[in-house]
Design a protein around this ligand. Sequence first.
Ligand code: FES
Ligand code: FES
Length: 454
Amino acid sequence: METQPIRFFHRGQVRTVTDAPITRTVLQYLREDAHCTGTKEGCAEGDCGACTVVLGELQEDGSVGLKAVNACIQFLPTLDGKALFTVEDVRGKDGTLHPVQEAMVECHGSQCGFCTPGFVMSLYALYENTGSQAPIPSRQTICDSLTGNLCRCTGYRPIIDAGERMFELPAPAGIDRTQLADTLRKLQRNDTFSYAPVGTENAPRFYAPRTASAFAAIKAAHPNIRILAGSTDVGLWVTKQFRDLGDILYIGQVVDLYALQKRDGWIEIGAAVSLEKAYEFLAADYPELTELWKRFASLPIRNAGTLGGNVANGSPIGDSAPALIAIGTRVVLQRGEVRRELPLEDLYLAYQRTRWKKASSLRACASPHVRAAMLCASVRTSSRSASTKTFPPCARRWPSSWTVTWCAAHASLTAAWRQRPSARRRRKTPSLASRGTKRRCVLPWQPCRVTTPR
Ligand code: FES
Ligand code: FES
């Protein structure tokens, strides 16, 4: 297959890359190839936020959506057709500081400075998405936008102050979204994007099909190909484990997999829908999941990661599965043109092992939208309140006629969701208390006590 260059918008022009390995990260490109060293590397695993950048993507309605992501775990070919904004882009053309920069200076929001570009970019995304004319967002909204950024010296108070102050300062010219949308439109491809570095033979190839049928055809032809969604887990296989992933099949350009709809009593969430959008959609019907949504990793991770990816890899830190199982979610699998559905709890065989055949892939998750006579709660336990790593999260639902008095520390719930189904049936699920949870911080999600018989 012919190789096409990676094309994206960065620093006012369309960049073309032809020679980068397919797993070169955006951060490596920025620092080593483009010499834009304002973006820092801290953890290289999506935890600290020092590498936060803003991506611009063309939306279905033709507008440009902006979102903060972690550059350290995004692979460069996934930028094809998108715009990349880094801390170097924030200042005005005449050198004037952007309100976020001005406010960080005024409020003393920077000390070591290493984490600062990441904070600036998260606040920049908030500013650009809110608009300078809109009311100042609440302090909670500002905190939510900073969940992906760690500061160990200044403390968060002055940074959050800066998040409020930036909306009081004179508005800058900002991003010309109409012009950007025109540029991005010209970069969109009609067919599968296929990339491998030029001048290399048998190098792994990156495929980004545009349609679900093209996706299924590539998967059927290459059953062992590595499927890539938000790269919030797979990215670490490269940056931490130095694994060779082979060929990659990227779902991020498959328009059909972005479906987000309610029909026939079901909420259907396409495999490429981001965690942020998926949870926002789910929480409208299941407000009990709002805290799970807000505590799930961080905003940059939820912006990049997908619900489908979270479900598909069966990782122990994939927080979604217990809650989705509790509300009766089913997964829709596709193999070639054939689709089949199964309950989510039947998908897992063991740690990171799932039931589907190699040639199959996840098409969507479907949760019941009609929830009469049902109460639901979920619990996440972790060593500190903002930790992305959790001990087995749990969830349960009850007939709403029950009166339930329940405390997380004594709960015996679905902690063993990753066990083999036969083992789950045979054995009583171990209680959280017996797993030593008492020694750890237990965070009850709402409601930790349900007493309302309906
Ligand atoms: Fe820490 Fe990317 S370097 S999140
Ligand atoms: Fe860098 Fe806080 S200013 S860690």
